[in-house]
Write a protein that binds this ligand. Structure first.
Ligand SMILES: [Cu+2]
Length: 151
């Protein structure tokens, strides 16, 4: 009897943990709604610390992983498996660059902004591959524009 109660308590705590942060879905697609090929959609996501982003393998052949140096200092890196969903809870504030390894050079990247991004300059300084450079330039512009609008 006592064991059952303990299990029930554990289950409730687990559920409470899930409820604490929001979950946002980012789909990995061969073709985006704007016609672009090989994209994360949305490619710019703003969340609060403790929120979870679920990268959904809507189309197979993609993955989501951190870009070296493009995350706040001390934050954990992650590497998703190709063709599989991966849920990442972002506890540390900052800008995170995410890439699909097979399509990095084609510009399949996303930016996750958690709380107040304090590492924008460092993130901008990270060298990018192929078309990813242009995509990130656009994403940083969008981020700056949204900050200005909020003022
Ligand atoms: Cu991809």
């Amino acid at each position: 009897m006592r064991k059952v109660l303990l299990l029930a308590t554990a289950a409730m705590l687990t559920m409470t943990g899930f409820a604490a942060g929001a979950e946002i879905e980012v789909r990995m697609l061969n073709k985006g709604s704007d016609g672009g090929m090989m994209v994360f959609e949305p490619s710019l996501v703003k969340v609060e610390p403790g929120d979870t982003v679920k990268f959904v393998a809507t189309d197979k052949g993609h993955n989501a992983e951190t870009i070296k140096g493009m995350l706040p200092e001390g934050a954990a890196t992650f590497v998703g498996k190709t063709g599989e969903d991966i849920s990442v809870t972002f506890d540390q504030a900052g800008v995170y660059g995410v890439k699909c390894l097979p399509h990095y050079g084609m510009g399949m990247v996303a930016m996750i902004v958690v709380g107040t991004p304090t590492n924008i300059d460092q993130a901008k300084a990270v060298p990018q591959v192929g078309k990813a450079k242009q995509v990130f330039t656009t994403l940083f512009e969008k981020l700056e524009a949204s900050k200005t609008a909020a003022r």
